[in-house]
Ligand binder design. Structure first.
Ligand SMILES: Nc1ncnc2c1ncn2[C@@H]1O[C@H](COP(=O)(O)OP(=O)(O)OP(=O)(O)O)[C@@H](O)[C@H]1O
Length: 210
């Protein structure tokens, strides 16, 4: 599903990873672990086509990540970045934000489906009646995760999805993603509970620069 074949990525003179290969199968739930600065977010950015490898090949569902295929590839991915802030006032707007984009307008979930997904993430349905400044960071993160799941894309890329979550919420998120057997999930994380529960842990090491 997601294949890296001898991929090297550099920012200027700094090499983040060199000749890196991995193969994430369809339906697999995988996590990129390793120290800060090892290149976990960079790797997700490379899949999205935001960072271009210096060498090697990346493919998603058989399509090479390049100018010709990037639109098709992005259509198959729900991507939740690490630091994210939206200029929206209330939580309902926040929850439905991904569905305001033209490409996703056909995918707007029914209210009942939105509510059951929020509930699965231990959020009360009434939360969508509140403003974004009335909820915690962890509640906001779970609303965004609910939206990402409701996009029903085959691939979910999650950059530190549990950074603001307590253990109960992490367990709820784990239970929810594992009900989606076909869904391929690639995440980055420093969260032990999350990492230990993935199908596969890919450890990235920081390249030492002299
Ligand atoms: N846009 C950029 N321009 C230049 N260097 C960058 C850029 N983004 C990341 N880097 C560098 O690439 C390296 C890998 O960064 P990255 O954010 O991918 O690491 P990470 O493993 O996700 O770290 P963390 O666990 O702290 O989120 C770091 O040395 C970082 O400084």
């Amino acid at each position: 599903m997601i294949v890296f074949d001898a991929v090297s990525v550099s920012y200027g003179r700094e090499t983040v990873f060199k000749d890196f290969s991995m193969h994430i199968a369809k339906g697999e739930k995988a996590v990129l672990a390793g120290p800060s600065g090892a290149g976990k977010s960079t790797l997700l950015h490379a899949i999205m086509g935001f960072v271009k490898p210096a060498s090697g090949n990346i493919s998603v569902n058989g399509h090479t990540v390049d100018a010709e295929h990037i639109r098709e590839i992005r259509k198959q991915i729900a991507w939740l970045p690490q630091d994210i802030s939206f200029n929206v006032k209330n939580n309902k707007q926040l929850a439905y934000l991904p569905f305001t984009y033209t490409a996703n307008q056909q995918l707007i979930p029914a209210e009942s489906e939105m509510n059951s997904t929020l509930q699965a993430l231990l959020l009360p349905p009434g939360i969508l009646k509140k403003n974004t400044n009335e909820i915690s960071g962890g509640q906001k993160q779970r609303i965004l995760l609910a939206s990402m799941l409701l996009l029903k894309k085959p691939v979910l890329l999650l950059d530190e999805p549990t950074s603001a979550l307590d253990a109960e919420s992490v367990k709820a998120l784990l239970a929810l993603i594992f009900t989606h057997t076909e869904l391929t999930v690639l995440s980055t994380s420093h969260d032990r509970l999350w990492v230990e529960n993935m199908d596969r842990i890919i450890n990235l090491k920081k390249i030492q620069h002299t």
